[in-house]
Design a protein around this ligand. Structure first.
Ligand code: GDP
Length: 360
């Protein structure tokens, strides 16, 4: 799937940079253009693989908006035309989708990404997706509250919002901050492989996954999640039947970007490996298992031929917002908003029924 990427804020820029680098190193050519937008100048200076654009200079003078996501929304609104003009030629006619990438707990990305998605939707006919990083459980109440409002607004604006929980892909015992490098690398590999599905393939066969499968899976809208797992493959494909099942189970149950998200409206199973090592029977079994597990009647599938001694499974879920994990996160965000507001002396504020307001 050929994509244009726009990262907003620190996490957004870092993840976009990693994705662009992974795609270039692997030679997939799926990432057609990549831009990082931020109100903090120093965050942009560390990026090498993407074009950069500073916003809000007249308001915050390149110093960022802190964790004030309402200010993040405002600076994006003020400078939106400049960004859209800058995208001319970057979102090529080849692009099949746009991904707006952001950490949802901070300020610039949290507040700015939903505004950007809104405007891109008015201009482009291709789907506009969000790739959102959720704060880990141990990040403060403000981050949870910010992420709740940002997610709520993104769900309204984006065609689908692929969520990565910052607790999902870091090593045990590692602090979230210390783990950014590891997490970003994992995001780049998994999301990068999803983009590359159907791109870097010579001699396309019938069962090879195509970018339309990704787009159709995400058509369910709402929240999307991505899982990944690999195992050493055997030379003989019949011996890999069990392996195909094992990696598919691991991808959904333990290797996912949104732990415990298993209920979904749609799913896509991409099996990656050497074509002669991919077991047809195993892939079919895994697809049936995925149907049972997700409760979805729309489970698509396809191969991703790769020269590797491993067999991998990439599982994309669409419409996964009914899962316990997303509900638990929204509860956490609402609680955090309540906490912040109980310190406020504005009684009208405290009595507002729906605490998670849209950002705009
Ligand atoms: P912004 O620059 O104001 O948009 O704020 P950040 O992008 O720093 O957003 C803060 C949230 O993003 C927090 O939940 C951080 O844990 C997370 N975050 C910041 N940088 C990174 C990063 O490089 N990778 C990941 N995975 N998360 C990050």
């Amino acid at each position: 799937m050929k994509v244009a990427l726009i990262g907003v804020g620190q996490a957004g820029g870092n993840v976009t940079e990693r994705l662009a680098r992974f795609d270039a190193n692997m030679g997939y050519g799926a990432v057609q253009g990549a831009l990082a937008v931020n109100s903090a100048e120093t965050d942009l200076q560390s990026l090498e693989f993407v074009d950069t654009q500073l916003i809000g200079a007249d308001r915050v003078n390149g110093h960022g908006v802190g964790a004030d996501n309402e200010l993040g929304t405002e600076v994006m609104q003020s400078d939106i035309q400049q960004i859209l003009d800058g995208l001319d030629g970057r979102v090529t006619s080849e692009a099949e989708a746009i991904f707006v990438v952001a950490g949802l707990g901070g300020g610039t990305g949290s507040g700015g990404a939903p505004v950007l998605v809104h405007h891109l939707q008015q201009i482009y006919d291709i789907p506009v997706y969000a790739l959102g990083v959720l704060p880990g459980r141990n990040e403060g109440a403000l981050y949870q509250a910010n992420a709740g409002r940002s997610l709520k607004t993104l769900l309204r604006e984006a065609d689908s919002t692929l969520l990565i929980d910052n607790d999902a892909w870091h090593e045990q015992g590692e602090s979230v901050e210390g783990a950014f490098e590891t997490i970003n690398e994992k995001i780049a590999k998994r999301v990068g492989l999803l983009f590359a599905s159907g791109e870097a393939v010579e001699g396309v066969g019938e069962s090879v996954v195509d970018s339309s499968e990704v787009i159709n899976t995400l058509r369910a809208g709402g929240v999307a999640a991505l899982g990944y797992a690999t195992e050493i493959a055997s030379e003989d494909s019949s011996e890999n039947i069990t392996t195909a099942m094992t990696v598919s189970r691991q991808a959904l149950l333990t290797g996912t970007s949104l732990p415990e998200a298993t209920t979904a409206d749609s799913a896509l199973l991409v099996v990656a490996g050497r074509p002669d090592a991919i077991p047809r029977k195993g892939v079919e079994k895994a697809r049936h298992w995925l149907e049972d597990e997700t409760g979805s009647m729309q489970v698509r599938g396809g191969d991703f031929p790769l020269d590797s001694d491993r067999l991998g499974a990439l599982v994309l879920l669409g419409g996964a917002e009914r899962s316990d994990r997303v509900q638990a996160f929204m509860d956490r965000a609402r609680e955090a908003t309540d906490e912040a507001e109980s310190e406020s002396t504005d009684h009208a504020d405290r009595l507002t029924d729906d605490r998670l307001e849209n950002l705009f």
